[in-house]
Design a protein around this ligand. Sequence first.
Ligand SMILES: C[S@@+](CC[C@H](N)C(=O)[O-])C[C@H]1O[C@@H](n2cnc3c(N)ncnc32)[C@H](O)[C@@H]1O
Length: 229
Amino acid sequence: MDMSMPPTGLNSALFSDSGISDQSRIQSLMEDIFRHVQGRANVLDDRVSCLSQVLYLMYLARARKAISIAEIGFSIGFSSIAFLESSPQAKVTSFEINTETYAGSAKEFIDSRYPGRHRLIYGDSTQTVPAFQVAGPMDGFDLVFFDGGDEYSCVKADIANARRLAKPGAALVVDGMTPWFKWGIGPTTAWEEAVRDEIVTPLEYVSDALAVSRLQGPTERAWAVGQYR
Ligand SMILES: C[S@@+](CC[C@H](N)C(=O)[O-])C[C@H]1O[C@@H](n2cnc3c(N)ncnc32)[C@H](O)[C@@H]1O
């Protein structure tokens, strides 16, 4: 995996990018965890976050003062790094269906670097998220990142189920808002329905690291940011 990338040129209305030192620190953490995983596993089953997305997630979590964060889709832990780097107080709960070696080795890396701050729940999120308990609404998540199964029914269920675990007004990020690709149809449809049904208020759309007023193809990566109502 070549992670030598040009500057991200990240822009957002929700925070300001604090620059090159964050970029090189995060890039080197991503390389470290990837090397750690690669030592034990051969191939990955899925796409992983790119540097600009990891930086975006870190700045967003910081801007929202998110301390309790959930993500659906852990893979090799790039987005977990984003959230755990956003603040020394941040704690992350990841839901992941894949029990292949690489998730376990990524977890090992995360635990050694951020002891006691990460929880990994294996299983299908359509089962594990509704089964997950938080003590009360104010103990819920401040931010939820949806980057797991990309089928419509899965994203739809995840957005609805995670709402019960989120604090009122919690932020959410839905990845895969690229309906010009097969894998983008599910997340885009589920997001649009959540907005239509007034479950979510949209805050920002991001296309290849730039905030945009409207998502359009054939951008490679796009995500939506909103807030639960
Ligand atoms: C795109 S990857 C996640 C990338 C990761 N967030 C990152 O920052 O690099 C999607 C992950 O979601 C997991 N996944 C797919 N369907 C799932 C489901 N129903 N429940 C939980 N995890 C799921 C896959 O095994 C895969 O590891």
